[in-house]
Design a binder for this molecule. Structure first.
Ligand code: TXA
Ligand code: MG
Length: 319
């Protein structure tokens, strides 16, 4: 049975034993293992049922460790690491030979970040290896933002979730890579494009799904509830089309007429986009448990973090 606990020493021992621990970060919970242990890394892929072609993010506790993970680091990558680490930015860099191929799925590049959660930073400091950690959910399903979400998914598969409370940002990190030293966004996330552009100039966005995406995790269906989900601009109009169905609704601030709705998730009463982002996945988890006929989500304003939220909602609607 899985244990939910704040015991860092226990987490450390489990990880040193080539086993997995789910760790809190400021984005989502991760399913962590020693990057240098093939046994542990294989367990990550098996537990998540994640295909081996989809590489993992390496988590370190201090940006100075970046040179042990990557080589030929572009100047703009260092600027971004200085500005955002610890925090929700993942850098795709040329990999150091020390990084095992299984972590990067045989790629020449490695994804790396310093997460911003006090317990996980303390754990990483206590360990003498970095942690590979994808989000702690089965491949394709909604990412966990509470320890209990992880326990619901993996109660028989892993020994421990390090209890770190609700994830503050609530969606995954923003992933940035470089071509000829020019930054490219491969995954929208909890740091907005605008915040990054202030520091390094205009960005290319390659967040869209392709047959063989450069960031292979960007398959179109992802972060998806089991319940059929649609994303619309006009929630009132959509509701009028679905009489006699059991419906759950996800909205940003508020809605006018609730007569037709069984369950409403208002992500931020006061209209704060960061608060809405932080509540998004927990709302999806709750609605998905209710065995509704349909979830209708309201599109967010296409600016700043609204773009990242819309990205996750769009992926949740793909068949
Ligand atoms: O916020 C986050 O980034 C969370 C927390 C736990 O840190 N982690 C996370 O990991 O979202 P995961 O595995 O669910 O998503 C990582 C994404 C995947 O889309 C993967 O394909 C991409 O990063 N990725 C990892 N290494 C890569 C590489 N070497 N080249 C291209 N894409 C890579
Ligand atoms: Mg994931």
């Amino acid at each position: 049975m899985i244990e939910i606990s704040t015991d860092i020493n226990k987490a450390k021992k489990i990880l040193e034993n080539n086993e997995l621990v789910a760790i809190p970060t400021e984005t989502v919970y991760g399913l962590a293992g020693n990057i240098y242990s093939e046994t542990a890394i294989k367990k990550i892929f098996e537990t998540k049922k994640r295909p081996f072609y989809n590489p993992l993010i390496v988590h370190i506790h201090n940006k100075k460790l970046i040179d042990e993970i990557a080589i030929n680091i572009p100047e703009k990558a260092r600027i971004l690491a200085d500005a955002f680490w610890p925090g929700s930015l993942t850098l795709l860099l040329e990999k150091n030979n020390k990084i095992p191929d299984i972590v990067t799925a045989g790629r020449n590049s490695v994804a790396v970040r310093v997460p911003n959660h006090p317990l996980t930073l303390e754990l990483l400091k206590a360990l003498n290896f970095p942690l590979a950690a994808p989000s702690a959910n089965p491949f394709g399903s909604i990412s966990p933002t509470k320890a209990q979400h992880v326990a619901d998914y993996f109660s028989n598969d892993i020994a421990m979730v390090l209890e770190g409370g609700n994830c503050e940002n609530g969606i995954e990190s923003t992933i940035i890579g470089f071509k000829n030293d020019q930054p490219i966004i491969y995954r929208l996330g909890s740091i907005s494009i605008e915040e990054i552009e202030v520091l390094v100039g205009p960005l290319k966005v390659k967040n869209h799904s392709e047959k063989l995406p450069e960031s292979p995790g960007m398959l179109s269906r992802h972060y998806a509830p089991k319940t059929k989900t649609i994303l619309v601009e006009d929630i009132e109009k959509e509701l009028s089309l679905h009489a006699n169905k059991r419906i759950g609704v996800i909205v940003f601030k508020t809605i006018i007429d609730k007569t037709n709705i069984n369950y409403t998730e208002i992500l931020s009463e006061k209209g704060d986009i960061k608060e809405a982002m932080s509540n998004l996945y927990a709302a999806m988890h709750r609605l998905d448990k209710l065995k509704l006929d349909l979830i209708i989500a309201q599109k967010f304003p296409e600016e700043g973090l609204g773009k990242s939220i819309n990205d996750r909602l769009e992926r949740a609607t793909k068949e």
